[in-house]
Design a protein around this ligand. Structure first.
Ligand SMILES: Nc1ncnc2c1ncn2[C@@H]1O[C@H](COP(=O)(O)OP(=O)(O)OP(=O)(O)O)[C@@H](O)[C@H]1O
Length: 363
């Protein structure tokens, strides 16, 4: 692992009105990677970004930049730059002067400013736009000007606070590719705030899932999708069937009144757990051959798959993705592999969860 560029250690943040927005946040950010802070509205993502940028102070805990504590370092001396949700461009300045703004403040020589601004505009694929007014460019282009303005200062870390949320879906998807590509080209660290799980899964090297002022889980998109730590993460990231269950023994879990072979071990006998089955891991078969039988309730065509809701005998709803259509009212069987069952312990801490997964991978 590379030496971290940013570390947050035991950060809490209580605002002046007494509201605690963050509790015991620990994060390690390595250079050159794309990170996302993913969580619902009000979970504390922007507060984390503001702490790193120096726009607000931590109540307790340390913020380190390349190993040095920077809690008291003013925002303008930190080697980070922020791209805000609304871009915060100056409407009365043209594209060039918007990007040059910080360099003009620093009174850099004119020739240097010109070169750096034009280079930054080239990087965000807006060469030739320097003299346009902000009102004469599209939303996506404004977004790129905001990024050019942030990268012209050559920050080591770029903080992006929901920078795509104002764009329509198509442009948003295009910008996801562009941002990811830009990050890989610049090799600077991006910390990207979003409440959109698809966006975080698609773009990030690592995701921090934030809820209620805490980091619930961190890891690669694949790890978090395949091995969510608890109900909240399983529900928030991707689509899931989540059911109460009981571990009968190692590699044996009971749910919906039946026993199934699973890939999990190391829990107490009869320990109550929650079981996650992703809709795309359920295969449709005949009622006779199914490990479970459901009655088809509804079916929606989603372009590349059918989304089926089935109801089992206990009244549980099952979400199933299938490439083939089924008939409404029909009994169908569902099958799945032992490793498709993901078992979650109640209240498990991330360190214990990681140790258990490691053990499982060794076995
Ligand atoms: N200056 C402040 N004073 C008091 N409470 C605040 C202040 N700023 C934010 N909060 C509260 O802290 C919590 C976290 O806010 P934050 O903006 O970090 O959330 P967020 O996850 O970024 O949300 P969103 O996605 O809606 O921007 C919220 O409940 C918010 O109301």
């Amino acid at each position: 692992m590379a030496a971290p560029i940013i570390e947050l250690r035991g950060i809490t943040k209580t605002y002046d009105d007494g509201f605690t927005a963050l509790s015991n946040i620990n994060m390690t950010i390595e250079p050159g990677k794309f990170y996302s802070l993913l969580g619902p509205s009000g979970s504390g993502k922007t507060t984390i970004l503001r702490l790193i940028a120096g726009f607000t102070n931590a109540t307790t805990g340390s913020i380190l930049f390349e190993g040095q504590k920077i809690n008291d370092l003013p925002a303008n001396q930190r080697k980070v730059n922020t791209v805000f949700q609304n871009y915060a461009l100056f409407p009365h300045l043209d594209v060039f002067d918007n990007v040059a703004f910080g360099l003009n403040l620093q009174k850099r020589p004119k020739a240097e400013i010109k070169k750096r601004v034009l280079d930054a505009l080239k990087l965000v694929q807006l060469p030739g736009y320097a003299n346009r007014e902000i009102s004469e460019i599209s939303g996506g282009q404004q977004q790129r000007v905001a990024i050019a303005r942030a990268i012209v200062n050559e920050p080591k870390v770029l903080l992006l606070d929901e920078p795509l949320s104002a764009l329509d879906m198509k442009l948003r998807q295009d910008m996801q590719y562009e941002l990811r590509e830009l990050q890989q080209r610049l090799k600077i660290t991006f910390i990207f705030v979003t409440h959109d799980q698809e966006e975080a899964l698609a773009m990030s090297d690592e995701i921090f899932v934030v809820n209620d002022g805490k980091i619930l889980q961190s890891g690669t998109p694949v790890d978090i999708y395949d091995e969510p730590i608890n109900h909240f993460v399983a529900n928030f990231i991707g689509e899931s069937n989540i059911l109460p269950g009981k571990m009968q023994a190692d590699y044996q879990v009971e749910f919906v009144g039946k026993t199934f072979e699973c890939a999990d071990a190391g829990m107490k006998p009869n320990e109550k757990v929650e079981v996650v089955l992703r809709p795309e891991d359920l295969d449709v078969t005949t009622a006779e051959q199914g490990k479970l039988v459901v009655t088809v309730d509804t079916q929606l065509f989603r372009g590349d798959h059918f989304e089926i809701i089935g109801i089992d005998d206990d009244g549980n709803e099952w979400l199933i993705h299938s490439t083939n259509p089924v008939r409404g009212g029909k009994h169908i069987g569902l099958t799945f592999e032992p490793e498709d069952i993901h078992v979650m312990r109640f209240g498990e801490k991330e360190a214990d969860f990681d140790a258990r997964l490691e053990q499982y991978e060794e076995d």
